[in-house]
Design a protein around this ligand. Structure first.
Ligand code: NAP
Length: 491
């Protein structure tokens, strides 16, 4: 299968924070990949902006290194890299100062699509928005892209929305949640709404429960003091896991249109029930002592440099969506650091058939499970019961119908665009479907705030768990007491 690359219109993209980690690791390599694929039109310009004093050549040298480090060597042909570097420019500006803005203005062509990517700390979003408007650089058609975190609670998210709304219409604001840029996440919508097969079964009558897992093997070392003010609930659940839950639980939108999709997602968030303390398990990873083949690894308290921290590096929750479709079907969410394996997946477990015509003992029956893998190896897998091959009588076994996108798409599959590059192209195309709307973010915080306030008021301490495990024991109990089991996190 050959995927079509449709070039976007001519644009000027300004990246504030262009010298930072995100820009160097994801945004600029991603733009290079789009250029290499022929999606970035000739003449489009990328203007890096940060305080560092540098000229365009200095910036090109940085980006050359970023391409070398973060782009597949198969795409390293010298002529393409040289052509891409020609599209780069740089301007030194301070988001909180007045120098450099006139030179930026001179570089941005108002006749083109222009977009401003705020890849800087959130406290700079307001000052950047102020200056882009005050200096007449951004106009009514300009787009701004803002990174996470979007607030740390409802009050700060509202304040941030108000700051941006003072200068930009909602239709100009692109709030990034890079999970929404993943191929599989969009495929979830295609599978649900472009096939008749699943939607009639997509409700509490046929679905027993849903599990959403985002497991990481890394700890918080390196950004421990930042993470300690956030924790797994704010850093992962309020945004990424919530977005995945919305796409599974939402009603079919009337059209695949940004506001129609986002209207349905907001309805799901508003239908989320408060979560009682008994349905929440928080954890903190322990350190690992040095052994023959392995170096010592610090625990969360050392990584966060806060020996008394009560911040969770792991959380599991049982969430109920209170509406007709989902009444009685729980959504179990879990995410954590320093776990056994790195995996992001959604597993939808269907109910068992109402009556068995086979003599096989019940214990060997397995329910149908639809697994949507976000990483590693994006794809889908539907577990079905079939007859065990051979003449041994009618014995049933469960087998996976597996679709790895990389395999299904053949050569192109190896070239699935990274979430960031896809989302940036959507910004240029002016398509907000995969970006969070202001009211959506606020609704998510409105659900999250009381959960956090609850454990803070109770003075709950997170449960310790071993690094390299599946999380705290209590999280297993969260499922066991309902007669269910978490799916295994593989190494
Ligand atoms: P970072 O490595 O600290 O980079 C910050 C960038 O901002 C640098 O280019 C810095 O360059 C620039 N900057 C700092 N103060 C400035 C000012 N006053 N005026 C203009 N530019 C200024 O941060 P990052 O990790 O790239 O993160 C950027 C944003 O993305 C943050 O909102 C973060 O939460 C979000 N994010 C990052 C990741 C990630 O993987 N890194 C993932 C998700 C979200 P100068 O010092 O030269 O000014």
């Amino acid at each position: 299968m050959v995927s079509r690359v449709i070039p976007v219109d001519l644009f000027d993209l300004v990246i504030f924070g262009a010298t930072g980690d995100l820009a160097q690791r994801k945004i600029l390599p991603g733009l290079y990949r789009r250029f290499h694929a022929g999606q970035m039109p000739e003449g489009a310009r990328i203007i890096g902006a940060a305080r560092s004093d540098m000229d365009a050549e200095g910036f090109r040298a940085q980006v050359t290194k970023a391409i070398a480090d973060f782009v597949d060597p198969a795409k390293h042909d010298a002529a393409t890299i040289a052509a891409f570097l020609q599209s780069l420019d740089y301007v030194s500006v301070d988001a909180t100062g007045e120098g450099g803005w006139d030179s930026l203005k001179a570089k941005v062509d108002p006749a083109r699509i222009n977009a401003f990517y705020f890849s800087v700390a959130p406290m700079l979003f307001g000052p950047l928005a102020d200056r882009l408007k005050a200096h007449g650089i951004a106009g009514d058609q300009s787009r701004i892209v803002v990174e996470k975190p979007f607030g740390r609670d409802l009050a700060s998210a509202r304040a941030l929305n108000a700051t941006l709304a003072a200068h930009f219409e909602e239709s100009q604001i692109y709030r990034i949640d890079h999970y929404l840029g993943k191929e599989t996440v969009q495929n979830l919508m295609a599978v649900r709404f472009a096939n008749i097969l699943f939607e009639p079964l997509w409700n509490a009558q046929y679905i027993d429960h849903v599990q959403i897992t985002v497991a990481e093997t890394v700890g918080v070392g390196g950004r421990g003091s930042y993470y300690d003010k956030s924790g797994a609930m704010r850093d992962m659940v309020q945004n990424h896991l919530m977005q995945l839950l919305c796409l599974i639980a939402m009603e079919p939108p009337y059209h695949f249109d940004p506001d129609a999709v986002r209207d349905e997602k907001v309805k799901v968030i508003r239908a989320l029930q408060p979560v009682p303390a008994a349905d929440i398990v928080r954890g903190q990873y322990l350190g690992v002592k040095a052994t023959a083949g392995r170096a010592e690894q610090p625990g969360y308290l050392a990584d966060s440099e806060n020996p008394d921290s009560r911040t969770e590096s792991y959380i599991a929750l049982k969430v109920q969506v209170a509406n007709w479709r989902w009444q009685g079907t729980p959504f179990y969410l879990r995410t954590g650091k320093r776990l056994r394996g790195r995996a992001s997946e959604i597993a939808i477990t269907f109910k068992a058939p109402p009556h068995s015509i086979f003599d096989q003992e019940e214990a060997s029956w397995r329910e149908n499970v639809l697994v949507i893998r976000l990483q590693p190896d994006e794809g889908m897998n539907l577990k079905v019961m079939i007859k065990e091959p051979g003449p041994g009588g009618m014995r049933l076994v469960q087998v996976p119908l597996d679709m790895s996108f990389a395999e299904a798409l053949g050569e192109d599959g190896a070239d699935i665009p990274d979430a960031y590059e896809r989302l940036i192209m959507d910004v240029i195309r002016g398509n907000q479907t995969l970006f969070m709307r202001g009211d959506e973010v606020e609704a998510a915080w409105a659900w999250t705030d009381p959960i956090i306030a609850g454990w803070e008021a109770r003075g709950d301490r997170p449960r310790p768990y071993d690094a390299g495990s599946s999380g705290p024991e209590d999280a297993l109990m969260l499922m066991h007491r309902d007669g269910r089991r978490w799916r295994e996190i593989r190494e």
